[in-house]
Design a protein around this ligand. Structure first.
Ligand code: ADE
Length: 247
């Protein structure tokens, strides 16, 4: 997958995209992150990339011209362009999966008070947000999106893991995890996880995931209950028990 990133601060990306799983994916040629400095396309002799807003108000607005130049340099027409913005629709895991299916996407990172609206309109950009809070710029949001989408690109996570079945039961939060030692500071790993009985382990994990989801995410819990599920007899019993338990 190729991801073009238009930003005023390309250096912010290097630490994240060059290390760990993303760094390996880039080395293996699975993920190509093309950082484009919008300022390089400024026609102003001081490389200006923003100006004061028409109509007044605080802050600066990113100029259309350098962004147009940057997009034209990558043949941006007819490509999917996402604009990271707190005004956008909040993205969820389904949206991330949809984005990860694209062969190439372009992400515009806004700064200051945003970008000239004509950029968004002309390039038919999709405004997306990572949550209902305001960051100082779109860069961190773009990195979150890239990281989450990269997990769905075949080969990025390796054979042992699959992004799709990360949580034990999709639609539920992931169950609690433990590793060695079995006893730490007087706290023991739940016995069932250590006895090698895979059916019991599976049922414990299911119950744990159900309880966490019910307690923390009423929205996910309701849609889990609303969906038709193929459950074994034992799973059904556990589900009924968790449904009946008061919070
Ligand atoms: N830029 C600033 N805040 C943002 C957010 N919450 N999501 C995406 N881009 C942003």
């Amino acid at each position: 997958m190729k991801i073009n990133v238009l930003t005023l601060f390309p250096e912010m990306f290097r630490a994240v995209t060059g290390s760990s799983i993303m760094g390996r994916a880039a080395d293996n040629g699975i993920l190509d992150i093309n950082l484009i400095n919008i300022r390089d396309f400024s026609k102003d002799k001081h490389n200006k990339a923003d100006d004061t807003p028409f109509g007044g108000g605080p802050g600066m607005v990113m100029l259309a011209e350098p962004i147009f130049g940057a997009l034209e340099s990558i043949g941006g027409r007819n490509k999917k362009v996402l604009y990271m913005s707190p005004r956008g629709k909040v993205i969820d895991q389904n949206k991330i999966e949809e984005i990860a299916e694209e062969e190439e996407i372009t992400i515009l990172c806004g700064h200051y008070e945003g970008v000239d609206q004509r950029v968004i309109d002309y390039w038919n950009m999709e405004e997306v947000s990572i949550g209902d809070y305001i960051l100082t710029g779109g860069e961190l949001a773009a990195m979150v999106l890239i990281d989450a989408a990269a997990r769905f690109i075949p080969g990025v996570l390796g054979n042992l893991q699959s992004a799709a079945d990360e949580s034990v039961y999709s639609g539920l939060l992931e169950c609690d995890q433990y590793t060695k030692p079995r006893s730490f500071e007087g706290m023991d790993v739940p016995e069932v996880l250590t006895n090698g009985n895979h059916k019991l382990i599976h049922l414990w994990q299911y119950e744990n995931a159900l309880m966490l989801t019910k307690e923390r995410r009423p929205d996910l819990w309701q849609s889990y209950l609303d969906k038709e599920k193929e459950l074994t007899k034992e799973e059904k019993k556990i589900l009924e028990k968790v449904v009946a338990n008061p919070l």
